[in-house]
Design a protein around this ligand. Sequence first.
Ligand code: NDP
Length: 419
Amino acid sequence: MSRVLVIGCGGVANVAIRKCCSVSSVFSELMIASRTKEKCDVLAEELRKTSTTKIETAKVDADSKDELVKLINSYKPDLVMNIALPYQDLTIMDACLECKVNYMDTANYEPEDTDDPEWRKIYEKRCKEEGFSAYFDYSWQWAYKKKFEDAGLIALLGSGFDPGVTQAYVAYAKKHEFDTIDTIDILDCNGGDHGYKFATNFNPEVNLREVSAPGSYWEDGHWIEIPAMSIKREYDFDQVGMKDMYLLHHEEIESIAKNLPEVKRIRFFMTFGQSYLDHMRCLEDVGMLSTTPVMFDGKEIVPIKFLKALLPDPASLGPRTHGKTNIGCIFTGKKDGKDKTYYIYNVCDHQECYREVKSQAISYTTGVPAMCGALMLLTGKWNTLGVHTIEELDPDPFIEALDKYGLPKSESHNPVLVK
Ligand code: NDP
């Protein structure tokens, strides 16, 4: 029995909330709060017909700590699930600390305004010192570690698929398959087709910022940064087939490198079709991916926000997306003195997801781990105080929950390696 406050009611939150409401014995009371309350009301209305979870809704601006504190103090949840945008991570963490409530999210902090001079100073110093230039990094949230410990609270960071399940796969490989891990390749393949020439599968602003940034990987204790999309490989994915994939910077590389310092190389690859890449390059060349406001017809607009308004809403892709995703990790390392390879992954079918929760597999593969992460915290399976990423925690109950709630693992002990 628990009381949970979910912030955000977009594509990922929709799946997570539906899944929470299917486990009413744990998620007995739930409040859905977001910027647009109408979306929360529509979902609550639908779920009240089938779930015994007691659902309430509220309007909140999660950029305002005062509004959050007021809402949290009035609802008194056991856990706040932040499934809004990464821009809100720090305000929600601050509000949780003030109200003494556990916190979790699905993506690490990045600022909405990357032109803010104060943020930029810290960012530029970090680029020089660390050697990667993505707008997001864990330092902002890791800085809360002691505050959460002292308050007797837990903050679970990045409980989606990647980050999230991929880090549980790393912990699982380390616990059950290897004495030492030498290399990790994280492979994220979306073999789905939605029929549009260009659309993003989750929030377009966050997605396009991520994939248009320089790529980077971890090797021998430091970052190696490369121009965006400049390392390409082909891989034959189980149940999907042969796909082109490109090396990207990705947030879990940073935390895995910190928590498993033995690993010599960590890379992240994501598949993209040619049409997606051509459109993205063109949009970038004409400045449409910029986050810097420009004046248009006497009004200030942010190009990437305007683009978001033109693109299909990711939540609308569900009924038209066919095909499968395949996301997982390939490891090399040693067990009992012998070289070993291992691949653990999940295959998820877009149409099956749609039939179950009215969403495509990208929101599904993020929303289910968000629910499972919350389940770990609410049932006390993960109870170490402080700020944690998932490779730090026991992977077994989490992977068991994923198996049960829709994202079963597949394994291979003789995988084709990525060159
Ligand atoms: P959406 O844009 O679909 O949804 C975001 C939701 O947050 C919307 O309901 C939006 O409200 C709400 N929101 C935005 N700003 C505020 C605010 N200031 N106050 C209150 N509510 C706000 O995004 P997604 O569902 O696609 O993504 C959700 C999160 O999941 C993101 O952080 C994303 O990075 C992460 N993610 C993680 C993945 C992983 O594998 N770990 C993969 C994919 C996504 P409104 O309806 O008014 O716009």
